[in-house]
Structure formats: structure tokens, C-alpha cells
Design a protein around this ligand. Structure first.
Ligand SMILES: Cc1cc2nc3c(=O)[nH]c(=O)nc-3n(C[C@H](O)[C@H](O)[C@H](O)COP(=O)(O)OP(=O)(O)OC[C@H]3O[C@@H](n4cnc5c(N)ncnc54)[C@H](O)[C@@H]3O)c2cc1C
Length: 287
């Protein structure tokens, strides 16, 4: 039961308390609406810094802010921890993981999720980095691979543990590649003195002919230059098609051994279960 009083005020439901949803919620603070913010997490996430969490540069608590603190003592304002399941526009009702709730206005601001372009196997095995908990998962995976590399006996296994493969040369891939390179240079020599840091290799793989393909060419040239200087192996015009036996498989048949297979190669809108695909446009956006 969602437990929100029915009043004479019109109800605005905002699904998703990211930058968009939260901004609107704040704008409606002193309005004449009853505002209901629904999010599947009970905290707002500052996504631009999750690469710092993934590379152990920051604690997750520094970029996660409880919604209850944000909406504290606000009148006509309700937060509910729930996931949206379906929308019934003709009845002005949404179905959530904690029950149904009616609305006068519905704002869908649930953001995006990683796009695996239909490759179910990669979706199962790759490590995404699209929210705070995924960034923590990535950090834990990297740190446990570093630990194991110190005690493992075989050279092949060691290579798998110390190769990091990042797929996707957009802003997120570039950021995490740079942060991991700094970690290699400044943190590992102190925290892992037994590790030969030259054995840690970072690969950044991009399907088109330049990094940051959404930005101007000047940025692409500069970022490639800096990252190469930082020791990152950049593969352009290379498409990753699979991951088998601890190897990333490229379209040309090449393999890169790794147990740190990071997928940051694109995003798509968070889907709502029952929405008719005909209302969805590019990237799953509602048209
Ligand atoms: C690694 C990274 C770095 C970035 N760096 C920058 C940057 O430097 N500068 C910049 O301008 N932008 C940056 N961005 C992009 C920016 O974070 C997004 O554009 C912005 O967060 C989008 O806001 P939003 O409100 O649409 O969605 P989001 O911020 O993604 O918020 C969506 C909210 O919806 C919730 N939600 C999702 N699904 C459901 C569901 N089914 N039911 C209920 N709730 C749900 C989520 O928990 C979340 O709180 C970065 C993004 C990433 C991933």
C-alpha cells in the first residue's frame, strides 16, 4: 500500500529523483500541488563522480544523498521507495512495486540504463558503471582481482587479473580509463607494494574512429593524446562482440584476456514494462 492521503490538491507523481526529477520536485515545493517522488533507491546519486567511487578515489556516501533529508519538513511532499512497473494513462494510475497510485500529472524521469545493444551474454558477464551500486561493484571486483594477482601462481591467470578492458570511448569510458591510470600511478605503488605495476594494463576500446565521438574532433584528438601518454592502450575502430573463457573477443577475432570487463558503451532510457513500443523513439525515449 502506497499510503498517501487523497486531498483536494492535484497530485504530481515524479518517477525518478535524479537531476531532472529532483529539480522539478524542488520547483514545485511551494506550489499548490501534492508532490509524490518515487525512486527505486532512497538516495539521490551524483552520477558525474561515480568513476571516482569505482576507482576508490571517493566513498559512495560522498555522492549519495538521502531523499528523506532532501524532502524533510516539506509540506504536501511525499517520498516513496518503489520501482515503477506499469502505467495506465487512461485511468491515470501507475503500478509500482509497493502498490497502485493515481495521479493528475505524471512525470517520468527515471533516467537511463546501460545499453548492451541486444547482446544478452555481454549483459550477463560485463561490469556496467551506470549508478553508485554498480560503481561499488566495479571497485570491489578490481580490488579483489588486484589481491588475487599477488598470490596467483600462473602467468596467464595473472594477466587476466591485471588487464582491465573498458569498452566504450565516450565520456564515461574516458573518465574511468583516466582515473584507473592515476590509481595505477599513485595508489597501487603504496597500497600494493608487492605488485609490479607495469603489469597492470588498461585497454580502452571504441567502435568508431575516435574517442568522445559525440564531441568536437579537437577534444577527441587531445583526449587520445593524453590517455596514450598516461599509458592506456586505445583501440579505435574495434568492436567487442563477446566474452568467453575470461577473454574479450573482438570482431576481427582478436582476444584480450581479462577478468575486469567494463561495459560503458552506451545508454538507453529505463523501460517501463507495459509501454507500447510505438510511443518510444531513439534510445527508448518517450516521443
Ligand atoms: C559516469 C557518468 C558521468 C557523467 N558525467 C556528467 C558530467 O560530468 N556532466 C553532466 O552534465 N552530466 C554527466 N553525466 C550525465 C548525467 O548524470 C545525466 O544526464 C543525468 O543524471 C540525467 O538525469 P535524469 O534525472 O534524467 O536521470 P538520473 O540522474 O539517471 O536519475 C534517474 C533516477 O530514476 C531512478 N529510477 C530508475 N529506474 C527507476 C524505476 N524503474 N522506478 C523508480 N525509479 C527509478 C534512479 O534510481 C535515479 O534516481 C554523467 C553520467 C554518468 C553515468
Amino acid at each position: 500500500m502506497i499510503n498517501i492521503p487523497q486531498t483536494e490538491k492535484k497530485r504530481v507523481i515524479i518517477v525518478g529523483g535524479g537531476f531532472g526529477g529532483l529539480k522539478l520536485a524542488r520547483k514545485l515545493e511551494n506550489s499548490n500541488f501534492q508532490v509524490v517522488l518515487i525512486d527505486k533507491n532512497n538516495y539521490h546519486q551524483f552520477l558525474p563522480l561515480i568513476y571516482q567511487v569505482a576507482s576508490s578515489g571517493m566513498e559512495s556516501s560522498s555522492i549519495s544523498f538521502p531523499f528523506r533529508k532532501i524532502v524533510q519538513s516539506k509540506k504536501n511532499f511525499f517520498f516513496r521507495l518503489a520501482e515503477i512497473r506499469a502505467v495506465f494513462p487512461e485511468r491515470k494510475i501507475i503500478q509500482t512495486s509497493i502498490g497502485k497510485v493515481s495521479y493528475d500529472y505524471l512525470v517520468f524521469a527515471a533516467g537511463t540504463t546501460s545499453n548492451f545493444f541486444g547482446n544478452k551474454h555481454i549483459e550477463e558477464v560485463a561490469i556496467p558503471m551506470k549508478n553508485v551500486s554498480e560503481a561499488m561493484g566495479l571497485r570491489n571486483a578490481l580490488l579483489s582481482n588486484f589481491e588475487r594477482s599477488i598470490t596467483c601462481a600462473g602467468e596467464n591467470e595473472k594477466r587476466e587479473l591485471l588487464n582491465i578492458v573498458i569498452v566504450g570511448g565516450g565520456a564515461t569510458g574516458v573518465e574511468i580509463a583516466g582515473a584507473l591510470s592515476e590509481m595505477k600511478r599513485f595508489v597501487l605503488p603504496k597500497d600494493y607494494p608487492e605488485m609490479d605495476k607495469s603489469e597492470l594494463q588498461i585497454y580502452l576500446i571504441e567502435a568508431v574512429d575516435r574517442l568522445l565521438p559525440g564531441m568536437d574532433k579537437h577534444s577527441s584528438v587531445n583526449v587520445e593524446k593524453y590517455l596514450r601518454r598516461m599509458g592506456i592502450t586505445i583501440l579505435l575502430n574495434h568492436r567487442v562482440v563477446d566474452y568467453k573463457d575470461n577473454n574479450v573477443i573482438l570482431e576481427n577475432g582478436d582476444k584480450i584476456p581479462t577478468r575486469s570487463f567494463i561495459w560503458v558503451s552506451g545508454i538507453t532510457a529505463v523501460p517501463i514494462g507495459n509501454l507500447n513500443p510505438s510511443v518510444l523513439g531513439i534510445g527508448g525515449r518517450i516521443q
